[in-house]
Write a protein that binds this ligand. Structure first.
Ligand code: CA2
Length: 154
């Protein structure tokens, strides 16, 4: 096991439909496939993933409140709430840990309304357009970031 604490993997509304609908936009992998992929990557680093998906803004916010003091970082695809939710953004800063915002699609190459994110200004890093590999990239980044924070000077 590494010294890095658990990483919270949050997925917002409709992402439970991954692989089921709109494969031309979001690919053929299901959310379970994505969670398994991130879990395998995390296991290789000795890091624990705590995953949660909800279609409810309230449930996502409550999950963040429950995570206070228990997590080392957050990977979140806020989905539609990216573009609408001040409340989710306010909740995301509560655990006071690094946040990586992930979008499967390139939100900047789509409709204008997808170009604004309430989350990006409080995120440490933003990934968009890498498909589901973006979640793995986010985890690798957090492992590197959190691992370097743990290093003790010789
Ligand atoms: O590209 C992304 O990951 C998004 O966060 C996905 C959101 C969208 O509102 C954002 O602008 C970009 C939509 C998630 C809906 O996921 C579905 C997956 C399969 C079928 C239908 C919806």
């Amino acid at each position: 096991m590494s010294d890095i604490g658990p990483i919270l993997l949050l997925n917002g509304p409709n992402l439970n439909m991954l692989g089921v609908r709109q494969p031309e936009v979001y690919g053929r992998e299901t959310l379970s496939d994505v969670v398994a992929l991130v879990g395998e990557t995390a296991a290789r680093h000795g890091v624990q993933i705590v995953d949660f998906q909800s279609n409810s803004e309230e449930a996502l916010i409550n999950r963040l409140h429950e995570s206070l003091g228990n997590i080392a970082g957050i990977i979140i695809n806020p989905a539609g709430f990216t573009h609408t939710s001040v409340a989710l953004r306010d909740a995301l800063v509560i655990p006071d840990v690094p946040i990586v915002e992930v979008h499967i699609s390139n939100v900047h190459a789509r409709e204008e309304f997808r170009r604004h994110s309430y989350v990006s200004p409080i995120a440490t890093a933003v990934v968009a357009g890498m498909g589901t590999f973006g979640y793995v990239a986010a985890l690798e980044f957090l492992v590197r970031l959190l691992g370097s924070q743990d290093e003790v000077a010789p």
